[in-house]
Design a binder for this molecule. Structure first.
Ligand SMILES: [Zn+2]
Length: 85
């Protein structure tokens, strides 16, 4: 439906480092990229460098702000929806 199309974003032009939550630092993007049941926190995170005071890298920052207007006012959209192919 239209709803789904709005959530689907273009393929990322970035290469997430897939960092577990416990290893991520304040200067790394904390966007959950990949579900990982064996990892602490159950997700692997983007881990790309962020600007001081930011939570997400520019790509994920834009993704979250876009998603806010769609269906998830409280946080990032679950990315696993797009990981199936
Ligand atoms: Zn990121």
């Amino acid at each position: 439906m239209k709803h789904e199309e709005d959530i689907a974003a273009p393929a990322p032009a970035i290469k997430p480092r897939l960092v577990p939550l416990i290893e991520i630092s304040e200067s790394q993007c904390r966007y959950p990229v990949l579900p990982a049941s064996s990892a602490p926190g159950k997700f692997l995170f983007c881990g790309l460098p962020v600007a001081r005071g930011h939570t997400f890298c520019p790509y994920h920052h834009a993704l979250c702000w876009h998603a806010k207007h769609v269906a998830h006012p409280g946080g990032p959209v679950p990315i696993h929806r797009r990981m199936g192919r």
